[in-house]
Design a protein around this ligand. Structure first.
Ligand code: 13P
Ligand code: SF4
Length: 320
């Protein structure tokens, strides 16, 4: 789908934030944002959350339009839950390495190799892969969803690190794992984290379960973005080393400004690889344009939507 034509920068209103809020009312839109968005985008949102909270929020929308500031699979989930509402995103190219690394055709072939196995799929995948699944999970409910499938081996896709973490939590070694990974969480360096911990012996290490095992081995607390934020705010520790995208710093700084937050180091010191390149495609300018033009819109073919809805609804029921 082609993006809307972009006006030159000087054609943007001087106070972009006010213009976005005015457009939001004019369009009768709700603005949902993930914690990995730029702080100025989070500040305009009606609701900021992790993947599960955003899916839950999407079931309660009473506006005509959902402007989704996150990545494509999150907006797609909102559309699956709200087929009659318009769902727009600031940038249609905001994908995800996990979703991109699990093409539906290859996933169907993988399923055939393991005929009869139930399929638990991380929400970070396309609608078409969701449609092939029995149950969806997010990082905050993955263990609970896995438990609900019983004792038989099941397929877990598409994040091998989350799969390994879930298997460890359950003491299982029989999960059938699709070998995907998140380019952001995989780049944290266990070696450099160990060096940083020596410099900050009192710091608590908080990590997202998409990280590599050698990083998780050094974590005091492992959770979704919401879990990491709540822990950072409520922990006794004054200094927190955080192994996830640093968009979460904004909420922590608002709720606990006295805390010292340190980003877990990456393998490559010279890049800002801890920032999700997809999430960060969304800017205030693009948000303004998507509300003004009501495009780009997220669409899901009805046949896929209906099949993808079932495992999402099952997850929402089990998470209530
Ligand atoms: P959360 O489930 O913590 O929101 O994680 C989403 C995500 O994309 C992590 O990289
Ligand atoms: Fe996907 Fe990783 Fe970005 Fe999350 S941080 S949206 S898993 S690429």
């Amino acid at each position: 789908m082609a993006d809307a034509p972009r006006p030159s920068p000087e054609s943007f209103p001087e106070d972009l934030e006010d213009a976005i809020l005015a457009l939001k009312e004019e369009r009768n839109a709700v603005l949902l944002a993930h914690y990995y968005q730029e702080s100025e985008v989070q500040d305009l949102a009606d609701f900021v959350g992790d993947s599960l909270a955003l899916a839950q929020a999407a079931t309660k929308v009473d506006r005509d339009v959902i402007a989704f500031c996150g990545v494509h699979f999150m907006a797609e989930t909102a559309k699956i839950l709200n087929p009659d509402r318009i769902v727009v995103v600031p940038d249609l190219e905001a994908g995800c390495s996990l979703a991109d690394g699990c093409p539906p055709d290859e996933f169907r072939a993988f399923k055939k190799e393991h005929e009869g196995a139930k399929v638990l799929t991380y929400i970070n995948c396309s609608a078409e892969v969701k449609a092939e699944s029995d149950l969806i999970c997010t990082s905050s409910n993955a263990v609970k969803m896995a438990q609900s499938l019983g004792d038989e081996p099941f397929i877990f896709a598409p994040d091998r690190h989350l799969a390994r973490w879930v298997a460890n939590q359950l003491g299982r070694d029989d999960l059938i794992v699709w070998p995907g990974a998140c380019i952001v969480h995989e780049q944290f360096s266990a070696k450099r984290l160990a060096q940083l911990r020596v410099k900050h012996p009192d710091a608590e290490v908080l990590a997202h379960p998409e990280c590599d095992q050698a990083v998780l081995d050094q974590a005091d607390f492992i959770a979704s973005t919401t879990g990491i934020i709540d822990r950072a705010v409520n922990s006794e520790a004054k200094t927190l080393i955080i192994a996830t995208e640093d968009g979460v710093f904004h909420s922590i700084e608002q709720r606990a400004p006295e805390k010292t937050l340190i980003q877990a180091p990456g393998i490559d010191e010279s890049c800002a690889c801890n920032r999700c390149p997809y999430m960060r495609l969304n800017t205030l300018e693009k948000l303004y344009l998507c509300l003004r033009d009501l495009k780009p819109q997220v669409e899901v073919p009805e046949e896929i939507r209906v099949r993808a809805l079932r495992p999402i609804e099952r997850m929402l029921e089990l998470s209530a």
